[in-house]
Design a binder for this molecule. Sequence first.
Ligand SMILES: *[C@@H]1O[C@H](CO)[C@@H](O)[C@H](O)[C@H]1NC(C)=O
Ligand SMILES: *[C@@H]1O[C@H](CO)[C@@H](O)[C@H](O)[C@H]1NC(C)=O
Ligand SMILES: *[C@@H]1O[C@H](CO)[C@@H](O)[C@H](O)[C@H]1NC(C)=O
Ligand SMILES: *[C@@H]1O[C@H](CO)[C@@H](O)[C@H](O)[C@H]1NC(C)=O
Ligand SMILES: *[C@@H]1O[C@H](CO)[C@@H](O)[C@H](O)[C@H]1NC(C)=O
Ligand SMILES: *[C@@H]1O[C@H](CO)[C@@H](O)[C@H](O)[C@H]1NC(C)=O
Ligand SMILES: *[C@@H]1O[C@H](CO)[C@@H](O)[C@H](O)[C@H]1NC(C)=O
Ligand SMILES: *[C@@H]1O[C@H](CO)[C@@H](O)[C@H](O)[C@H]1NC(C)=O
Length: 501
Amino acid sequence: MVGINALLKAFAASTVASISVADAATAEQWRGRTIYQVLTDRFARPDNSTTATCNTSDREYCGGTWRGIINQLDYIKDMGFTAIWTSPITYNFPNRSEYGDPYHGYWQQDLYRLNPKFGTPDDLKALSQAVHDKDMYLMVDIAPNHFGWPGPSNSTDYSLFNPFNDAKYFHSYCPVDDYDNQTNVEECWLGDEKVELVDVNTEDPAVVEIYNTWIEDLISNYSIDGLRIDTAKHVSKSFWSTFQSSASVFCLAEVFNEDVSYACDYQNHLDGILDFPLYYWIIDFLGSTSGSTYSLVNNIGNLRSSCKDVSLMGTFVENHDLQRLAYKTNDMALAKNGLAFTILWDGIPVVYAGQEQHYAGGDDPANREATWLSGYSRESELYKLAAAVNQVRNYASYLDPAYLSYNASLIYTDDKTIAFRKGYDENQIVSVITNKGDATQDWTLSLENTGWGVGTAVIEILTCETTTIGDDGNLVVPMSSGLPRAYFEAGKASNGSICSG
Ligand SMILES: *[C@@H]1O[C@H](CO)[C@@H](O)[C@H](O)[C@H]1NC(C)=O
Ligand SMILES: *[C@@H]1O[C@H](CO)[C@@H](O)[C@H](O)[C@H]1NC(C)=O
Ligand SMILES: *[C@@H]1O[C@H](CO)[C@@H](O)[C@H](O)[C@H]1NC(C)=O
Ligand SMILES: *[C@@H]1O[C@H](CO)[C@@H](O)[C@H](O)[C@H]1NC(C)=O
Ligand SMILES: *[C@@H]1O[C@H](CO)[C@@H](O)[C@H](O)[C@H]1NC(C)=O
Ligand SMILES: *[C@@H]1O[C@H](CO)[C@@H](O)[C@H](O)[C@H]1NC(C)=O
Ligand SMILES: *[C@@H]1O[C@H](CO)[C@@H](O)[C@H](O)[C@H]1NC(C)=O
Ligand SMILES: *[C@@H]1O[C@H](CO)[C@@H](O)[C@H](O)[C@H]1NC(C)=O
C-alpha cells in the first residue's frame, strides 16, 4: 500500500523507538497515534474465515478471538493505524441473558480471569507481542463501573463475583434514571431487570485499593499500552484521579455527553476523553447533504477553551454504540469526508472496524457487524482513503511533533464546506471537507492563509495531483463530486513516499 510499510520502517526507529513489550505508553506517546477500534468477537476468527455467519440481531458470540486479530494485524497496519483498541478482556457471565450473550465483553464477573471466548492468557500475551512487533500499541477496554448480572437486581448472586464477592462492595440498588443528578448517575445501577449492571462502590477505600492494584498488574501481565474506559461518567472523578496514576498508561475515557463543560471536566482527572461533543457537531455537518457546518464552527472555540488538551481527545464519527455514518446516509462522498475529517482534525483519530468497508448498521446490535464478511478487502475506496490520510498525518507528525498540538485553524467556512490548516511553518496539512455529496456539481475554492508562499508546490494526497500556490498567494482547489481534499508540501510528500505507490 503506497509505501506505508517502507515509510513506517523508515521512521519507526525514532518516533516509536521507545516501544518494547515491557513499556507502558504515556499520553505523550499516544498523541501521535491513530487508533483502530475492534470488537474482539466481531473482527477476526482464528480460522481466518471470511464467510462464517454472524447475525447481529442474535446477539451471540460469532467467534472472533485475540488469535484472530493477530492474523489480521497487517490489514490494520497497512491502513496506517498505529494502535488497536479491543473489547474488555475480563471474564463475563456465562449465561445467555434476555439481551443475549456478553459477546461485547461489558458484563464482567471476574477481574482475574480472562474471557475464554476470546482466548487464553497466552493468546492475549501473543497478541500484545504481535502488536508491539509491528510497532503498534495495544489499548484494551475496561469497565470498572459495574459487574454484569443476567437478571433482576433482587436476584443478584454476589458470591459469583470476583474479587467483589459480597454486596458490601456495591452500591445498593436504585436505577440510573436522572441524568441531571450526578449522584444518581454515579451511585445507581445502569441496565434493567433483564441485565443489571451491578454498580461497584468506587467510593469504598477497600474497592479503590483493589482496583488500583488490579490495573497495575493487568497492564504489567499483558503489556498493555493504554486503556479505554467504559461508562466513565458513572464513576466519581476522585476515583479516576488515583486510578489514572496507578495505571500509569494513557487512559481514554467514554464520557457519553454532548455538553462541553460536563465532558471536559473529566480531562482534569483522566488523560483523554472520547470527544462526544465534537461527534455530534460532525454528524450535524456530515450526517446528510442537508447538514450544516454551524455547530462545529460555532462551538469549537468553546471546546478548546474548556478542555485541557484537545490533542489527547479521541476524534471519531462511529463506534459500537452509535449508528454508523453510512446508516445515516449512503452517500459515499460523505463517508469519505467523515473519515478524512476524523483523521485530519485535532485529536487522536479513532476509526471503528467496518467504517473502512462502508458498513451501514444502525442502532446496537446492528452496528456490530463481523468485519470478516468484508473479506478484509484492501480495495475498498474507504480503506484506501484511510491509508492515504493516515500516512500523511503520521508523516507530518513525524517531521514535526508540534503538528499534533497545533489546533486546526479554519481558513474558510460556509454553510456546507470548511477548509482548515493544521501544522506549523511548511509542515502543515490543508484540508477541505464538505457535505455537498457525490451528486454535486464541480466547483472551485480559492484559499487564503494556507501558510504556503507564492510558488510553493503542493500535492493533493487523495488525487496525487500537484499544484502551485498562485501569485496572489492563494491555493486554488478544484472540488469534484463532493470529495474531500488534503494538501501537503510536494517536496516533503515525495520524501515521505506519499503518492509514490
Ligand atoms: C490464518 O492466517 C495466518 C496469518 O496469515 C496463517 O499463519 C494461518 O496459517 C492461517 N490459519 C488458517 C487456519 O488458515
Ligand atoms: C437474524 O436473526 C433474526 C432474529 O433471530 C432473524 O429474525 C433473522 O431472520 C436472521 N437473519 C438472517 C439473515 O438469518
Ligand atoms: C448463570 O450461570 C451460572 C453458572 O452456570 C449459575 O451459577 C448462575 O446461577 C446463572 N445465573 C442466572 C441468573 O441464571
Ligand atoms: C424481584 O424483582 C422483580 C421485578 O424486577 C419482582 O417481580 C419480584 O417479585 C422481586 N422478587 C423479590 C423476591 O423481591
Ligand atoms: C439524587 O440521586 C440520589 C441517588 O439516587 C438521591 O438519593 C437524591 O435524593 C437525588 N437528589 C435529588 C436532588 O433528586
Ligand atoms: C497477574 O499475574 C500474576 C502472576 O501470574 C497473577 O497472580 C495475577 O492475578 C495477575 N493479575 C491480573 C490482573 O491479571
Ligand atoms: C489549543 O487548544 C488547547 C486546548 O486543548 C489550548 O490549551 C491551547 O492553548 C491551544 N493552542 C493554541 C496555540 O491556541
Ligand atoms: C526525509 O525522510 C526521512 C525519513 O524517512 C527523514 O530522516 C528526513 O529528515 C526527511 N527529509 C526531509 C527533507 O524532510
